[in-house]
Ligand binder design. Structure first.
Ligand SMILES: Cc1cc2nc3c(=O)[nH]c(=O)nc-3n(C[C@H](O)[C@H](O)[C@H](O)COP(=O)(O)OP(=O)(O)OC[C@H]3O[C@@H](n4cnc5c(N)ncnc54)[C@H](O)[C@@H]3O)c2cc1C
Length: 267
């Protein structure tokens, strides 16, 4: 059997984690391990060093900054789901977190790990893009529109740590997901947010990378109601296709889930 030896270091603070990553080009951050450990077991990743950032206090804050809610990258899905601050400011985000995977995944998986991983079927990317959030690292602030660059790809440099995500408070928002019955990942998930700057509609699960549907955004800017978008369909070309559903099925789900999200946002 081929073995892939690696070292493990639990960082005691962010500066140490950043120094370890900078000094070891083959190192990888370990948050909750919900993606990274299975990936290593399948021999799809071979890091020389795991730098454990789970529970780092500098990454575990939930705080309000003006009209933004700032969530640390190492916050678990369960913490987001039960946070009174998140429920008060952006209930749709807490609701989204409460439906990720199963209880074990929610208690270990993290906001930062999910967003940095950018799985095409992950839930958080839809909220980050739909809410026009800002992704904060030690080096810069990256707008959501520039962050998700492709399937499992983001604008983060290999040694750049996502510290926090700042979510502007919307006037209204909701997330509707058609979950894969086995994994609970999104077959299609649509996050709709109405803000003073306009409506944003972000879709996960349908395509290789989370995306916005501008035709729906324009229609909802004119009239924020499910009927305004129930006739807007998206092309199946380039959408995901697997044993769970065809591209045409996912295209259909986008319209259905977007209408449900608008209805939920109005409720
Ligand atoms: C059975 C199962 C069901 C699931 N169901 C769902 C679901 O329904 N919806 C959904 O959205 N997700 C689902 N997930 C994924 C889950 O939400 C995890 O959050 C996600 O896999 C990321 O895991 P993690 O936070 O433990 O990060 P890790 O696995 O530790 O890390 C993932 C990647 O992100 C990098 N990373 C971690 N933190 C940072 C950071 N702060 N800065 C930069 N890079 C970082 C790591 O180096 C690694 O490359 C599921 C997972 C499992 C195992």
């Amino acid at each position: 059997m081929i073995t892939y030896p690696f070292s493990y270091k639990r960082a005691t603070n962010l500066a140490e984690a950043e120094a370890l990553l900078a000094a070891n080009p083959e190192a990888k951050l370990l948050a909750g391990g919900q993606t990274l450990i299975p990936t290593m077991k399948q021999r799809l990743a071979n890091p020389s060093l795991l730098v454990d950032i789970s529970g780092l206090r500098e990454l575990s804050d939930i705080r309000s900054e003006g009209d933004r809610l700032v969530l640390g990258a190492a916050i678990t899905h369960a913490e987001v789901a039960r946070s009174a601050d998140v429920r008060a400011a952006i209930p749709a985000l807490a609701e989204l977190a409460s439906h990720i995977g199963d209880p074990a995944v929610r208690h270990l998986g993290t906001l930062g790990g999910s967003v940095a991983n950018n799985d095409p079927a992950a839930d958080y990317p839809a909220a980050v893009l739909g809410l026009n959030a800002t992704l904060i690292t030690a080096r810069r602030e990256i707008p959501a529109d520039a962050f998700f660059t492709g399937m499992f790809e983001t604008a983060l440099e290999p040694d750049e740590i996502l510290r926090a995500i700042a979510f502007p408070r919307p006037q209204r928002a909701a997330y509707a997901k058609f979950a894969n019955p086995a994994s609970r990942y999104a077959m299609v998930g649509v996050f709709v947010a109405q803000t003073a700057q306009g409506v944003r509609v972000a879709v996960t699960g349908a395509a290789p990378c989370v995306m916005r549907i501008t035709a729906m955004e324009r229609a909802l800017d004119t009239r924020f109601s499910p009927e305004a978008i129930s006739g807007i369909t998206i092309a199946a070309d380039g959408l995901n296709e697997d044993l769970h559903g065809s591209a045409e099925y996912r295209a259909h789900l986008v319209t259905v889930m977007a209408s449900r999200a608008v209805k939920a946002a109005l409720a």
